[in-house]
Structures are given as structure tokens and as C-alpha cells.
Ligand binder design. Sequence first.
Ligand code: ASP
Length: 349
Amino acid sequence: MSNRYNIKYSKVLLIYTGGTIGMGCNPQTGVLEPLNFNHLISNMPEFSYIKADVDTYQFSNPVDSSDMSPMMWIQLVNIISERYDQYDGFVVLHGTDTMAYTASALSFMLENLTKPVILTGSQLPIGQLRTDGKENLITSIELASAKNRSGHAIVPEVCIYFSGRLLRGNRSTKQNADGFNAFNSFNYPHLCDAGVGFNFNHHFILKPDFTRPMIPHTKLDPNVVIFSLFPGIQENIVRHVLDAPELKGIVMRSYGSGNAPRQEWLLRILRGASDRGVTVINISQCISGCVEMNRYNNGYQLKNAGVISGYDSTVESAATKLMFLQGKYSDNTLIRKDMNRALCGEITI
Ligand code: ASP
């Protein structure tokens, strides 16, 4: 399906947080490290041909995204919300390693988002001959600029654009450490495929209330742990982690459709956590599919221990949604209630 869209008069804010796209080789160590944003732009004369007004904002210390943190997500929300009325869309340049976490966190923190916030980056620095960064950056700016005939953004969501695919941010996962197709959304269709033209999947794009303001949220509580089950998992080690008094949320990566060993000690620890007011979310280790705790007895036992379904959530989305809800509510019943509904298209219910 091809679409009419207007990119001519849009204003886009390009926010540079770091990542490979803007990195260069340190001559002493030979490893890649973040460079100044101006370096990035000066390597890209094509930038001046983009049909949108682009302003730039650079983090004072650009980071490898392994160093990304909830504080920086709050910083990003502040940068976007303080300039929200001045721009039609936002592009965030970010390292690929934790891009799906940042995209998921921003999707919850920017409530009723009516403008595109598109995260992108690259596998090769923009200064290198075979870089994927130029296409990713230019297409992201075009997508952030795209409006329909009524003047509304075509993609008013937090997204990741990479290698021809526009994906819902809170459905995305990094799938490839080397290939240019670094991201995919295994449980949700692409929002747009960018080939010769843009094929938007309108039906799958969020429809915010354009008459209401966007509401930024800047409180997060990161007292969360993600742990995976595996045959041979040891009681003492699990207990040590899950009994931490600060802990408020657990993302448990179970088997298949949400199954766990029926060992008494595991169910006891999980029940104990749940009784203390810790939210325990069950998501699958499989990259696609959904948790159904009613399918097998081993899943049903978890439900009886107070564990709640994470449905078809990504691990990135489940963890950041917990951080967001723990920052918003002190009452665990409200957290559990919101974990059971889609706030911005992150799960299929
Ligand atoms: N380590 C880099 C980062 O996430 C990798 C990348 O940008 O692709 O910042």
C-alpha cells in the first residue's frame, strides 16, 4: 500500500545520545568510542538535502548504549517534552545494544504521544564507506516528518527504524549483533516497510487522541530483576536474588508458553515474593508467541503462586513497564492491574 505523505514543511529534532553511528576509532586502543556529533554531520554532506528543517541536540557525554540508564531516559523525556510544541517529530540516535529498552521505556513515559519519536543507529559508524547509518538516519528523519492530509503524524508512536523496517519500539528486540537487520518485532507486524516507497501498515499504528496533550512521566523505579529459568537452577542462588528487600518487580523468563519446573522451593519463593507485594511477571524465553499459564499444569502452578502473565511481551518492555508503574504507583494492586492491560500497544490481550 503506498501513501500520500507530506515531509516538506516539517521540523524535526535530532537528538544524539551516542552509539556506533557516531563513533570513531581511538588511535591508541583501536576500539570504537563515541565522538562529537559535529563530526557525524560533517561526514554527511547529504544531510543538507533533507526536505525537513532539522535541529540537533547532543548529550554532553555521548555514550555507548551499554551505559544507558533510567536517568538518561528521564533526560530524553525532558528534552522531548520541553520542545514538544516546536517540532513535528523527533529522531533519537542511539546505540543498538539497549535501544529496545530505551524505546520501550519512552513509550510508557510519553503518554498520549501524538508525534513520532524514532530511534535509530547503525552497525557501522557513519564515517565508514559501507555504513548503514546514512540510510537509517535519512529515512528516520523522513518518517518523523511524515504527515497525513489532515496534518497529523502518520506514525505517532515511539518506534525503532532499522534496515528498511519501522517497528513499534516496545515490541522490538535486537536480533543480530553483526547484520544490518539488527532489529525485529516478533510478535507484532512492521509499522512500515521502507523500500522504494513507504508502505505504512496503517491498521497496526496507534491512534492517539490528537485533541489531548501529551503527558510526560519522569518517575521510574528500577528495583526490578530479570531472571531466566534453566534446568539445574539452584534454590540458594534464586532465593538470594529474589529475597532482596529492595526488590519490587520480577520478570521471570519461563519455558515455552509460560512453564516452570514444579519444584516446591521455586513456587514457595515466588509465592513469598508475591505475598510481600512484589509483582512477578511471567514471560517466555521464546522470541515469539505468548504465555498461557492455563495450558499446562506447570504453568497453572505458577498462577496459583501469584505469578501474573506477561502475555506476548518482550523482556525489554516487561522490565521497563514495571519500572514505570513502580514509579507511578505505590499500591501493588494498581501495578498488577496495569500489567494486565496494554498501555500503548506493548502486549496483545
Ligand atoms: N555498543 C554499541 C552501542 O550500543 C553498539 C551499537 O551502537 O550498535 O552503543
